[in-house]
Write a protein that binds this ligand. Structure first.
Ligand SMILES: *Cc1c(COP(=O)(O)O)cnc(C)c1O
Length: 473
């Protein structure tokens, strides 16, 4: 009769496992520690399995050597890959905050790597040979594109708003319409940011209506700023009245109070040209006379995470001197990516194609249909274990931008036969390159708007693998 002790003695030794040809070949590519850890964990698992065996199962217990080696190799691969890594976004949400918001343009790869992998002009002025400002490089292109006098960049738009308030309104009053006291992405609430910066919030008007006189009635010698927040992630419809930026600028001039606009998802492009809802552009805010405008780098602009502050030089000079600036300053990689992204806007005709965010938002329905067809044909031809259909649907811009914009799209709908949609979705997520899709009524929905054509083959391969695993091959 076999005892557990006999089984323990059958467990392979670590050294023998490491001498296996397949595992040995990994040593040149993978850190030794990772290989050892994977081997140990798999051996520990066998040991636990033996401990948990019941008397009558002891005789049936076998250690499958080939399976053990394969499991170790699979674990090594998992341990060896980056935790932060690419996924395929099949949700159709263009600016998906959880999936990294804007994708950078192919065209700026070299600009980023040149600065990353070499010394750079970050804070060096090659003309004078002296110390330079890290903001100088980007200021030129931003002011050219927006018409603003001056510009600077911080970590994100939340930091931008914080810096503006802390510089211009510490221990003073900031007037905001009640209709604009928004929360963005859970953690960013205008009233909280206000409190953090040391400014005192003065709310005016009601949720749906604010008038010029509401602002005028509260202005006093402690008023530092009139703040306008673009409610980019929701809209109040119906019986509404908002004071326009232009009107606020007139009030500001009358009472000698700067007007600040947090435009949120700042765009340089007039989307109404492409049949979409008109979003206020950054240039329009500058033209309307706002003293300071702040916006995000990784929303509709289509660049890296950043907060961009533009406007009157005298205010921005003060912000550059604020000690807070040092704490929220951005690094050279962000500067490189942002300057290169802004430079793409210098070529107005091309920029819509060059910046993935703009491209994905402005696809025509025909273009989407054509793209969906390619993936559809590929899947229908090669995958027989599920019902595949094309259906009409909508994609979203996301990132708190264009809340009411439903972008018509063509979805690929998948109903697997022997497996639930939930399980299928989980297997898509567990692919080597995870595929993130929507589920609706026990069906998987794939929106090609946010998928690159080069990713279609990866999706096909994943589908095939899932069904292979299903059949136990
Ligand atoms: C998104 C948004 C923010 C926050 O911007 P981040 O770059 O994500 O920090 C602030 N204000 C408005 C109006 C926004 O839409």
């Amino acid at each position: 009769m076999t005892t557990k002790k006999d089984l323990f003695s059958l467990i392979p030794k670590i050294d023998d496992l490491l001498n296996d040809e397949k595992i040995k070949s990994l040593f040149s590519k993978v850190a030794r520690g990772i290989i050892l850890e994977a081997a140990r964990e798999n051996i520990d698992k066998i040991r636990t399995d033996i401990i948990n065996l019941t008397e009558k199962n002891i005789d049936n217990f076998k250690i499958e050597h080939v399976e053990l080696i394969n499991n170790i190799i699979m674990d090594i691969e998992k341990k060896n890959r980056m935790n932060l890594r690419r996924v395929i976004n099949a949700t159709g949400v263009v600016l998906h905050t959880n999936l990294g918001r804007a994708l950078l343009s192919d065209k700026i790869k070299e600009d980023i790597w040149n600065v990353a992998n070499n010394y750079s002009t970050l804070e060096f002025d090659v003309n004078t040979g002296k110390r330079g400002s890290r903001y100088a490089h980007i200021e030129e292109v931003i002011t050219k594109l927006t018409g603003a006098e001056s510009a600077m960049v911080v970590n994100n738009n939340a930091a931008a708003v914080m810096l503006v308030l802390s510089t211009l309104a510490k221990e003073k009053e900031v007037v905001v319409s009640r209709g604009q006291l928004v929360e963005i992405g859970g953690a960013f609430r205008i009233p909280d940011v206000m409190e953090q910066s040391g400014a005192k919030l003065v709310e005016v008007g009601t949720t749906n209506k604010t008038h010029i006189s509401d602002y005028e009635n509260v202005i006093n010698e402690d008023t530092a700023i009139l703040l306008k927040v673009h409610t980019s992630n929701y809209k109040i419809l119906g019986f509404t009245k908002e004071v326009s930026l232009k009107e606020m600028v007139s009030i500001g001039e009358k009472y000698d109070t700067p007007v600040i606009e947090d435009i949120g998802s700042g765009t340089l492009i007039d989307f109404s040209k492409y049949g979409l809802t008109k979003e206020p552009t950054v240039q329009e805010s500058v033209k309307a006379g706002a003293d300071i405008v702040t916006f995000s780098g990784d929303k509709l602009l289509g660049g890296p995470q950043a907060g961009i502050i533009i406007g009157k030089k005298k205010y921005i000079d003060n912000m550059k001197k604020n000690p807070l600036t040092r704490a929220i300053r951005v690094d050279k990689l962000t500067f490189a990516a942002l300057e290169a992204t802004f430079r793409l806007y210098l070529n107005e005709e091309e920029v819509i194609k060059d910046i993935p965010t703009l491209r994905m938002i402005t696809y025509t329905l025909d273009e989407i249909e054509e793209k969906a067809n390619i993936l559809y044909e590929l899947l229908v031809k090669e995958v027989k274990q599920c019902a595949i259909e094309k259906v009409k649907g909508y994609s979203q811009v996301g990132g708190g931008s264009m809340p009411l914009e439903m972008l018509p799209t063509t979805l690929i709908k998948i109903k697997p036969q022997d497996i639930s949609a939930n399980k299928f979705e989980k297997m898509l997520r567990n692919n080597e390159i995870p595929i993130i899709a929507r589920i609706n009524e026990d069906q998987i929905l794939i929106d090609v708007r946010t998928i690159k054509e080069s990713e279609f083959e990866i999706i096909l391969k994943c589908f095939k693998n899932i069904f292979k695993q299903q059949r136990g091959e």
